[in-house]
Write a protein of this length. Structure first.
Lengths: 178, 178
């Protein structure tokens, strides 16, 4: 799997093939096919073997903690060396539903659970609106980051993260100040 | 280009090839390569030739208008027959930066401009917070939809759209009611 990562970083995921990984690793391609049914499956296991795990700090200030956690996430997954691999993996998930399901089960969902646990505590402490819909938390908090990462493909800066959170916390509706 | 769409719908984008399109259309593959440098470029032009354009209603109620426009968008782009084509196109944009740039220039940006114009009017009318950051509007409004479409890959229902907008309008911060 390390060979897969190295080769993907050298030549790009689009040009990667099981044949090329086998040649670089010095094994027959059937050795690889015995364990992985497709390039996508091999790549998924290879990227997940890097064991990226993003923990949530708890300083008692939910906005500061979300910022810190998200800075770490975008620095790690939103730029080289890992960024292009994660982007290729999400791209592969658009053509291979097994890769999509495994990516969700093994990475997205466990991360979301940590995030929701931290947000629930903040909501219980009165730092989030009692109406805030925790089931939507991941969509709302990370959707704007994925939009920038996958659609506009502009850099994910800390300043962008700050602006997104400020807007999400404030809400779009006008406030009637006392 | 119609042949490309038909074939992509029959066999899926992953299996689509310029050779297969040429054979189905009864032309030589060089005829296609003269105009399109890659399968991705051909597919982009083919999907965009469907001329999907999403206009913004203006009934004077921004939340109702956003809902209507977004129902139309998710019904069209978030489910068959067009949904899988749009999903494949976004997937291709993760491996081909020319496709990503063209998708932004020819579809995402023109749609965003319409959306921002409608939101600016609503902000000027006091229906949105005067602090609402219009430059972030597309990320914040459509990011949660793309997250569901590309990452969790669960159905984009009208109910989901309603919940997202309700959460975005209200904001995450607790309100101090008078």
């Amino acid at each position: 799997m390390r060979t897969t990562i190295e080769l993907a970083q050298e030549i790009g995921y689009a040009k990667l093939s099981i044949e090329a990984v086998a040649a670089r690793a010095g094994v027959g391609k059937h050795t690889i096919y015995r364990r992985w049914s497709s390039k996508g499956a091999l790549f998924l296991d290879s990227v997940l073997s890097l064991n990226v795990s993003l923990d949530y700090p708890d300083t008692g200030d939910i906005l500061a903690d979300l910022r810190e956690q998200t800075y770490t996430a975008v620095d790690l997954l939103g730029r080289p060396p890992l960024g292009p691999l994660f982007q290729a993996l999400v791209g592969e998930a658009q053509r291979n539903s097994k890769v999509a399901a495994a990516l969700n089960e093994r990475f997205i969902t466990p991360q979301a659970e940590k995030s929701v646990a931290r947000l629930k505590k903040a909501r219980d402490e009165g730092q989030l609106s009692p109406e805030f819909d925790l089931d939507l938390a991941m969509s709302i908090l990370s959707g704007p980051l994925y939009f920038q990462f996958l659609i506009t493909q502009e850099p994910l800066t800390h300043e962008y993260v700050d602006r997104v959170f400020e807007a999400l916390f404030a809400g779009m509706r006008p406030r009637h100040h006392e």
